[in-house]
Design a protein around this ligand. Structure first.
Ligand SMILES: C[S@@+](CC[C@H](N)C(=O)[O-])C[C@H]1O[C@@H](n2cnc3c(N)ncnc32)[C@H](O)[C@@H]1O
Ligand SMILES: *[C@@H]1O[C@H](CO)[C@@H](O)[C@H](O)[C@H]1NC(C)=O
Ligand SMILES: *[C@@H]1O[C@H](CO)[C@@H](O)[C@H](O)[C@H]1NC(C)=O
Length: 260
């Protein structure tokens, strides 16, 4: 039975991976208008996978302000950077399940996941929202306000590395419940280490893009710097006794690491 299941999983994984690479390449060629309206960053099978579409059709429950923010973002250059709705919904569900109150968003862009997180936190909750530029962040702000949660989002415009240091220096180590790492890939390992300092035991780091559009499957000698950073961190986390983990093939891949 296990063998059958494993064989099936392998076939599915193979199909999904092939589709991911094709989807990635197609996405590169395609104009923005051709991107999936519901979940244009879900490259695993994406449009090509009826099962993925079925799962999305039967699970997405997007807050109206999130929908508006996502639609607005489609008109922004580099709109493909936006986090996937099903992934953010999952993270919001986990945040609620672990009773999260303090979160950190590393890489805000137009603030889709910052808003999803703020909606999931209690009234006195806080999202420290880190980005290096405020143009896109400011595009998202009206939607945070409309959703009535802008007071929970504390934007810090400077390298996230510096913001994490500021929080540690302010004596906040061990007090955060949740960190979403979704910014410059070369700093992922730094973000991961500093996040572990800031988290309380039982707190969660979600690392985005861990499958990197399928690039992690390519030969090591062909890796660019970003692929290498992701692939090395994936290897490190797999063996890291400081966390309990799952790597999910949601969207572009997300690793959940719960601090022990
Ligand atoms: C993939 S986007 C984030 C998407 C976002 N999480 C969402 O919910 O849609 C990556 C963001 O990281 C930001 N970024 C790049 N380098 C950074 C750094 N050193 N510190 C903080 N943010 C950075 C970029 O400006 C960009 O807005
Ligand atoms: C998902 O929903 C879309 C839009 O309603 C529909 O066109 C599509 O057939 C659905 N696919 C599945 C597999 O449920
Ligand atoms: C990690 O997993 C172990 C069992 O393998 C469990 O005892 C521990 O409570 C878990 N810790 C967290 C933070 O999930």
């Amino acid at each position: 039975m296990d063998g059958v299941l494993n064989a099936k999983s392998l076939v599915l994984a193979g199909v999904a991976t092939g589709a991911a690479v094709l989807g990635y390449l197609a996405g590169r060629r395609a104009g923005r208008s051709e991107l999936l309206p519901q979940s244009f960053k879900s490259d695993f099978g994406g449009k090509g996978s009826p099962l993925v579409q079925y799962a999305l059709n039967h699970s997405l429950r997007e807050h109206p302000c999130l929908t508006k923010l996502r639609q607005m973002t489609l008109k922004v250059p580099r709109c493909r950077m936006i986090a996937a709705p099903e992934e953010c919904q999952l993270l919001a569900n986990i945040a609620r399940a672990i009773g999260a109150r303090k979160a950190i968003e590393i890489g805000v862009f137009t603030g889709y996941n910052s808003l999803a997180m703020a909606l999931a936190l209690p009234q006195d909750g806080k999202v420290i929202a880190c980005d290096v530029e405020d143009t896109n962040v400011n595009l998202g702000r009206p939607f945070w306000k409309e959703a009535g949660v802008d007071h929970k989002i504390d934007v810090r415009i400077q390298p996230a590395d510096k913001t994490l240091d500021d929080l540690i220096d302010a004596g906040e180590a061990g007090t955060y419940d949740f960190v979403f790492i979704d910014a410059d890939k070369s700093s992922y390992d730094t973000y991961y280490e500093k996040s572990l300092v800031l988290l309380r035991p039982g707190g969660l780091i979600a690392v985005d893009n861990v499958l990197f559009g399928g690039k992690v499957l390519q030969a090591e000698k062909t890796w660019d710097a970003n692929t290498a950073a992701i692939a090395r961190l994936n290897k490190k986390i797999h063996k890291d006794p400081r966390v309990n983990i799952s790597m999910l093939t949601v969207a572009d891949g997300v690793t959940l690491a719960f601090k022990c």
